[in-house]
Design a protein around this ligand. Structure first.
Ligand code: CA
Length: 371
């Protein structure tokens, strides 16, 4: 009975929407009139904003995307909102962008929430966690599955509004100068792998080291490190890692869908007229889509290049190694949630969504990719 009445409600609602199209347009006109009266925008007023990023200036996809965003905003606003984009280190050091946007010295910033793990540990659930959700799942959780509520809540004390501003998509496992055949091969392995992934590798017997982006190539070439992860085939190709490491491993268990973040100073955002606020929101939504399309499209082309033109040896991590990484990841996550009640609350919501989405993926994406 319940189902029947729900169906009736849905049909009635749909019919009203369809048959009421002309009625709706006249209603909207009245609403628009009211809104126009209330908004009272001064169209001659211009706003000049700054955006700091944690990316190298004009870095492919990440920096390029921020430049594109500023261009869209300038065009959509008819030149009323101009955003000057600064690469990491150009105006302030990359990792100072959180404080600068928080205190309002700078209006907005592009980075990733795990950079601020020291200030907001639970923020890491809005970047990427080992064996966690991929880009499709993260978008679904944050945008439509309730994630935004938590994301906004934890940034509120810093006077910041966080947005999902892109995704690296599934990353690769990394470049190794020796084969990983069993857990024994991880013993003493020195790998450049930051954040969560690094903690997991250390628990699995390896040594996680921090190396600045510009020094990874020479460190790998000289044997200072045995392995490195970076992003995916496109960026890894540009870094030239295939020239100094033999084996390219997958999957990127440590970063299955790296969410990129746009932070906006809340007071500055609220001081904008409502149309410019909407332009920023829609611009960031477009950037989120553009970055993912760009990553996936370029990665598919450059994986092919690496394999067919550079004869890279593509390897999958052995099952027992992946199992161990997964067990250690669970330990790292458990330690994190035990220490921080906010992380526990968000992790519970994250896990609940991930498990439900997994069931859906089995009958949708998974089977389809196997056909
Ligand atoms: Ca990475």
């Amino acid at each position: 009975m319940v189902k029947k009445s729900n169906r009736r409600k849905f049909i009635n609602k749909s019919l009203v929407t369809l048959s009421g199209a002309s009625l709706l347009s006249s209603c909207l006109t009245n609403e628009d009139k009211n809104e126009t009266q209330n908004i009272n925008i001064n169209f001659n007023k211009k706003f000049n904003w700054k955006m700091v990023t944690t990316w190298a200036p004009n870095m492919p996809v990440l920096g390029e995307g921020c430049n594109l965003f500023a261009d869209w905003v300038q065009k959509m606003s008819g030149g009323r909102l101009n955003i000057k984009v600064y690469g990491g280190g150009e105006l302030i050091p990359s990792l100072e962008s959180f404080d600068a946007v928080s205190n309002g010295a700078i209006e907005m910033g592009s980075g990733a929430s795990y950079y601020w793990a020291g200030k907001i540990p639970s923020g890491q659930f809005f970047s990427s966690v080992p064996f966690g959700m991929n880009s499709k799942q993260m978008n679904s959780w944050i945008i439509s599955g309730g994630g935004y509520k938590f994301y906004r809540e934890i940034y509120e004390p810093f006077n910041l509004i966080p947005f999902v501003g892109g995704n690296t998509s599934m990353q690769m496992g990394g470049w190794f100068n020796k084969e990983i055949l069993s857990m024994d091969d991880l013993n003493g392995l020195k790998m450049r792998i930051p954040g969560f992934g690094g903690k997991v590798l250390s628990k699995a017997g390896g040594t996680a080291v921090t190396v600045a982006g510009g020094e990874i190539y020479t460190n790998l070439e000289r044997g200072v490190i045995d392995a490195t992860e970076w992003i995916g085939p496109y960026h890894d190709y540009l870094m030239g890692f295939y020239q100094v490491a033999k084996y390219y491993y997958y999957p990127g268990w440590h970063e299955p869908g790296g969410v990129l973040e746009m932070i906006v100073n809340k007071s500055k955002f609220q001081s904008l007229p409502s149309d410019l606020q909407e332009i920023i929101k829609k611009g960031i939504e477009s950037l989120n889509i553009w970055m993912q399309c760009e990553f996936d499209s370029k990665n598919s082309v450059y994986l092919n290049k690496l394999l067919n033109e550079e004869n890279v040896q593509l390897k999958i991590f052995p099952k027992d190694v992946l199992k161990s990484f997964k067990d250690k990841s669970n330990e790292v996550l458990q330690e994190m949630v035990d220490k921080d009640p906010k992380s526990k609350k968000i992790f519970d919501a994250y896990e609940d969504f991930r498990v439900k989405f997994k069931d859906w993926s089995v009958v949708s994406d998974k089977i389809y990719y196997e056909l």
